[in-house]
Design a protein around this ligand. Structure first.
Ligand code: SF4
Ligand code: SF4
Length: 138
């Protein structure tokens, strides 16, 4: 019963498609190559400078690359030796909530060896069953 209620809550109230499972193994990779989305994925330094005025989190970031998705940032709060966050206890909400499925809509993926997984709430088997039922009834 709990599972059914949880599923309903995630799909219909939170409008989620994935459950987040697992836990952080403190590898620090997600703080090293970051895309920033604000309306679209940030493409230029000019766009980014405007964004920095909106939230302190953006002032922690520096541009390290640009690829086909957009500008790539690294967070300056990541300790390069320990790979730990230097402001862990005061880290912004966006870091506390990572990873979220919006990552996929930006063309991103989970960092390699990330301890978290994003698992589909509706499994492939369930989707397949529904589609098969529909095509049989037509
Ligand atoms: S503030 Fe900390 S947790 Fe957030 S991106 Fe920077 S290093 Fe990572
Ligand atoms: S990539 Fe995943 S496991 Fe590594 S620090 Fe980020 S959330 Fe934690």
């Amino acid at each position: 019963m709990f599972k059914i209620l949880k599923k309903f809550f995630y799909i219909h109230i939170l409008r989620k498609k994935y459950y987040r499972t697992g836990k952080c193994n403190t590898c620090g990779r997600c703080c090293q190559r970051i895309y920033v989305k604000h309306k679209g994925v940030i493409q230029t330094e000019e766009e980014f400078k405007k964004l920095q005025k909106l939230h302190p989190f953006y002032t922690y970031l520096k541009v390290i690359d640009k690829d086909e998705t957009g500008l790539v940032f690294e967070c300056m709060n990541l300790d390069p030796e320990t790979h730990l966050c230097k402001i862990h206890k005061k880290r912004p909400g966006i870091c506390r909530r990572y990873p979220q499925e919006e990552l996929f809509s930006m063309g991103g993926t989970l960092a390699e060896h990330c301890g978290y997984k994003l698992e589909p709430i509706v499994s492939f088997e369930e989707v397949f069953k529904k589609v098969s039922k529909k095509s049989l009834s037509n």
